[in-house]
Design a protein around this ligand. Structure first.
Ligand SMILES: Cc1ncc(COP(=O)(O)O)c(C=O)c1O
Length: 382
């Protein structure tokens, strides 16, 4: 199998069905598997442990991330949960101070209760990463670009810092916003990549799912144990839908990015907008790092409205094509106000976001329609 991304996205982990020749991986809608004698089976016993549709998805995700092992979960949060469960009481986790609100909530409201310690730094500043490491730091959790501020961390440089520690912590990268088509953290030194497959990998806002990928067998073995022991697994239908989404990931991401770039250019010049955050825009503080480690700038654009909260809410309620909704990464464009919606759970914490911030998931509609939709809605804001 050639290993170009586009070809792997369509074929990795997937062969025509041996029995029928079905080209698409069947949806193995079964919980259990017949055994020919006690303990004798064809590699599948029970679908919490393994299911052939899930196996195909896991292999495809591993190939796309340049890892050796993939594990699919029922949501991005379930994938995050599996990674954190490898730690023990007293261990310290250093995380970015702009991670997804749900990630912070799981760390702060749950894992802290079990004796893990967390601290948060601006990971775009590697001096803060260095200074934040402790003797008992076992894991560094990075998002890049971040949700919702689209801040970019130099992954190769961060990995190098961790490798110089006497007991190097695991480097975990949530690659949901970039996808493996734009950015491959394992090649830059990460140990584990985490995804919410709900977003670009599924790509059509029709499933909730998650995944982890690693190239390290011991981590895979531990997380596969947790996947089975805890049981937060996706059903075969959802695995099929993510597999289908992956086949068009490269062309979707290219169009998401060209539309997002045009939207960012339009917003930068608009008088009602104070500041635009887009990783490949020349005004982005880490544009050089972004251009070095990402293939394009992705489909997310965040911006701060000049007025503030009232104006942000007004805008989000005025667009027509941009649907007011949480989530991201589907073919349709979405608009939201993170402080009141996706990131409400970080209110009052060090991760609190500006109430005037608006986040766009720029979809695949015609760019002129998207621009006009924003233009008309911005005119109405006062
Ligand atoms: C960056 C990031 N990571 C993880 C998650 C959690 O994924 P899920 O909603 O699939 O549990 C999200 C959800 O928005 C996200 O944006």
């Amino acid at each position: 199998m050639p290993n170009s991304f586009e070809t792997l996205a369509i074929h990795a982990g997937q062969e025509p069905d041996e029995q029928t020749g079905a080209v698409m991986t069947p949806i193995y809608q079964t919980s259990t598997y017949a055994q020919t004698a006690v303990g004798q089976h064809k590699g599948y016993e029970y679908s919490r442990t393994a299911n052939p549709t899930r196996t195909a998805l896991e292999a495809c995700l591993a190939a796309l991330e340049g890892g050796d092992y993939g594990l699919a979960f029922a949501s991005g949060m379930a994938a995050t949960d599996a990674v954190l469960r490898m730690l023990s009481p007293g261990d310290h986790v250093l995380a970015g101070n702009d991670v997804y609100g749900g990630t912070f909530r799981l760390f702060d409201k749950e894992f802290k209760r079990y004796g893990l310690n967390f601290s948060y730094v601006d990971t775009t500043d590697l001096e803060q990463v260095k200074a934040g490491l402790r003797a008992e730091t076992r894991l560094v959790w990075l998002e890049t670009p971040t949700n919702p501020l689209l801040s970019v961390t130099d992954l190769g440089a961060a990995a190098k810092i961790l490798k110089t520690q006497s007991k190097p912590p695991l480097l975990v990268v949530d690659n949901t916003f970039a996808t493996p088509y734009l950015q491959r953290p394992i090649e830059m030194g990460a140990d584990i990549v985490v995804h919410s497959t709900t977003k670009y990998l599924g790509g059509h806002s029709d499933i909730v799912g998650g995944a982890v990928v690693t190239h390290l067998e011991d981590l895979y073995t531990r997380m596969a144990f947790l996947q089975n022991a805890v049981g937060a697994v996706p059903g075969p239908m959802d695995c099929f839908l993510v597999l289908r989404g992956l086949k068009t990931l490269p062309i979707r991401m290219d169009r998401h990015a060209s539309n997002a770039e045009a939207v960012a250019d339009f917003l930068v010049d608009h008088p009602a907008v104070e500041r635009v955050l887009y990783p490949f825009h020349p005004t982005h503080p880490q544009v050089e790092i972004a251009q070095r480690q990402m293939r394009n700038g992705g489909g997310m654009v965040s911006f701060i409205m000049r007025g503030g909260e009232k104006e942000a809410r007004q805008l989000a309620e005025s667009t027509n094509i941009f649907t007011l909704a949480e989530s991201l990464g589907g073919v349709e464009s979405l608009i939201e106000v993170p402080a009141a919606m996706t990131h409400a759970s970080v209110a009052g914490s060090p991760l609190e976001v500006d109430p005037g911030l608006v986040r766009l998931s720029v979809g695949l509609e015609h760019i002129e329609d998207l621009r006009e939709d924003l233009e008309i809605a911005l005119e109405d804001v006062n």
